[in-house]
Design a protein around this ligand. Sequence first.
Ligand SMILES: Cc1ncc(C[n+]2csc(CCOP(=O)(O)OP(=O)(O)O)c2C)c(N)n1
Ligand SMILES: [Mg+2]
Length: 568
Amino acid sequence: MTGAEVFVRMLQAYQVDVIFGVPGDTSIPLYDALYDVSSDIRHVMARDERSASFMADAYARLSHKPGVCECPSGAGPLYSVPGIAEANASSIPVILVTSDIPLSGEGKQTITELDCQKLFESITKWSNVIKSALKIPETIRRAFRIATSGRPGAVHIALPQEVLKGKFPQDDPLIYSEPDCHEYPAFRTRGSRKVLEKLTEYLLGAKRLVIITGGGANHSRAGKQIIALAEWMAAPVVTTISGQGIMPDEHPLALGVIGDNGFHPHAIKAVEDADVLLYVGCKMGSVSTINWQLPSYKSDRRIIQIDLDPELLANNFRNTLCVAGDAKLILKDLIVLLKGKGRVREPTPWVEGLNHRRDGFWQEAELGFRSDAMPIKPQRVIAALNRHLAGPSIIIADAGTPTPYITRYLKLQDNRSRFIIPRSYGGLGYAIPALVGAHFARPDARLVGLFGDGSLGMSAGELETLARLRIPAVLIHFNNSCFGWIKALQALHYQNKFYSVDFTAGDPALVAEGFGLKSFRIENALDLDESLNKAFAGDGPVFLDIKTESEVSELPPVYSWLKTAGKL
Ligand SMILES: Cc1ncc(C[n+]2csc(CCOP(=O)(O)OP(=O)(O)O)c2C)c(N)n1
Ligand SMILES: [Mg+2]
């Protein structure tokens, strides 16, 4: 066998069913090996390596399996950086394979020569150049093990030409996978018994317990345990943006989102009222804590943090208790301990008061939901989307207008639905390619992407991929002819001195049509429902070009912005 064949056999052993990539001169031997097994592994050709890496990221987030992407030497690895960095920082296992120039060409001005190992060292858990075909199986096993275990993340493997073309003994017993690492998180760890007993004691002593879930709770698939714990303790649950969807939004204990971007005021109040805060899989970074001001300091407030990465424990706040381990296993054990020590709690007047505020919030929101203003208000778009979501849905959003509005107003009801968004770097141009990855991870779900015109400019090429693969996705394009988010910051802090933030709208619907999508132009809010009806009825991608109000005209729900403007 050739090294390329061995590599493909290893992917088969790991039950990889899809690999995202862009072809190049150095990838020919690899493509030849993939050609021969095309029934097992689907190669999805992207139009840009950045997109391929975003596809693998979204696939991994939604399938709970590692995402695999590949690209050719030089420009390929350079273009794939955004998705690899995002996956790594967001604890998503993505394995990037770069086919490389011959080892014999190293240091000789070979075209596309690049020190990939060095390039990826700062944005992966591990970057390795395989030097011999004989080392492929053990290296691929290490790659999967590193990507899926501990705090999951990205891994890079380079396959130079000698390795791809090198010889390997037929039917070698070394070609096998470790089933533990087919999914993530691999090798889940329980919490220490002593620490869990202390945790039980703190929770039983709490008068106003609030559970805060981050992306880690979703990665751990701890939704059932979060609901069980919340219901047993009658404790409200609030989430970060990445923690959204952990429980149905209509649940009386699901209070909403905290932090700077798209926050719910009643969720923030719950955190401020709490005497015990239980963080689950949350990094407590700048956004969810509003620059570490939430929660404000109170000497008698207990902060407890559960995280699988001990390095994150008590990193940003002074914790009363740190619990290292997997969220799902820890909560399972915790619930058993709690049930052994008392009875289920009844909701207190405090929780009822928070729910009363929540009802008031949603009543007030109706004003925006019903507004016929032109350009269309973004909240009206999200309210219309909510009406059309039925059954399992995957919602993917980009930075800009979509983030605060979808975070605040999206209502996920189906426990098979998920909302994903790249929150480590918030790179524009994620949603369109991510829909491709989502399609392969969740063929059962309806797909919806939300993005601004700035994002479209960065990812329009993948409209062709969506059309070529006939992916039934509803694309919601917020057309405001500017990098609105940045323009709003200039308005807010620099007296409307707008500089390099406006661009021409052109005709994005025509661009989408040109790539083979069905498209609709929507300028009037009254047309939203009919267009969404048609879009959801389609069996291919549909592009909705919606003229929306920019962040300059009405400040979006961003805590620090509203505070600066004196609106909080
Ligand atoms: C790759 C990348 N470059 C720059 C930014 C900084 N940035 C954040 S929001 C934003 C403007 C987004 O414009 P658009 O997609 O049109 O959305 P809008 O805010 O107008 O709704 C920019 C440039 C970013 N997030 N990602
Ligand atoms: Mg814009």
